[in-house]
Write a protein that binds this ligand. Structure first.
Ligand SMILES: [Zn+2]
Ligand SMILES: [Zn+2]
Length: 247
């Protein structure tokens, strides 16, 4: 009897090791078909993705709040990128997953790749894009973290036949700013932080910048400005989540 029980525990233990059928977010048991997350976590994640984003800035809006392609929050805001698509809004399970993804949980790579691919495909401009560019980390931060999460996302989009360039680089170690900091201060923080490498192939390209989170958009805006200065024809942004609705 005891032997049988032990064998069954052992079998379950080995099975768990081979097929860790637990939710990557909350640790609840799942069936394989659930795709790494439990039903509750998927429901929360999908609810964050349910809103109707402004195609210009990515903030939640309603289609009645749009005027000449801009929502109330971004109307009059000078934006260098030509459009933005996002998987959802930053919060709940979306936020927890992004934080885990940034902090070394490589098991989440496939979930995040699915989210960014769906975002790109649903953007309306994805079919016109011919190059993906990750928002770069400063080498010092990449060294500390071991990888750039935006590069993982960008690489997963390359599977669709897009070229990938790492010729946009961050030359200044910018301060990480809390969400409450003003838009003007964020703009100052990233001004001059990015350059393109000599020999880049950005001229005439239709580029999709890839990042995990857009807060005020100052980083994406500065990257898009630098890419356009280098000759890019169009620059769009694809992000997992938009934070700080700013209204
Ligand atoms: Zn869960
Ligand atoms: Zn907007």
């Amino acid at each position: 009897m005891i032997v049988q029980q032990t064998a069954s525990w052992l079998w379950r233990g080995v099975n768990q090791l081979l097929w860790p059928a637990v939710c990557l977010n909350c640790g609840r048991g799942i069936v394989e078909a659930d795709g790494h997350l439990c039903r509750l976590c998927w429901d929360d994640l999908l609810s964050r993705a349910a809103g109707s984003p402004c195609p210009r800035c990515g903030r939640d809006t309603s289609r009645y709040g749009m005027l000449q392609g801009a929502c109330g929050a971004c109307r009059g805001e000078p934006l260098q990128f030509d459009g933005i698509a996002r998987a959802g809004v930053y919060g709940g399970v979306m936020q927890e997953l992004i934080l885990r993804f940034k902090n070394g949980c490589t098991d989440l790579d496939s979930v995040m790749a699915t989210l960014i691919a769906a975002t790109f495909d649903g953007s309306g401009w994805g079919s016109g894009v011919d190059m993906v560019v990750p928002v770069p980390l400063h080498w010092r931060r990449r060294l500390a973290r071991g990888y750039n999460q935006s590069a993982i996302l960008a690489k997963s989009l390359r599977a669709g036949g897009l070229s990938l360039s790492a010729d946009l680089v961050r030359i200044r170690h910018t301060k990480q700013q809390p969400a409450m900091v003003s838009a003007a201060s964020r703009r100052r923080n990233v001004a001059g932080a990015f350059v393109v490498r000599r020999g880049h192939r950005f001229a005439g390209r239709r580029i999709c910048l890839v990042d995990d989170v857009k807060t005020t958009g100052a980083t994406l805006n500065e990257c898009a400005r630098v890419l356009k200065e280098a000759g890019a024809a169009r620059v769009y942004g694809a992000v997992l989540a938009v934070a700080g609705q700013g209204n």
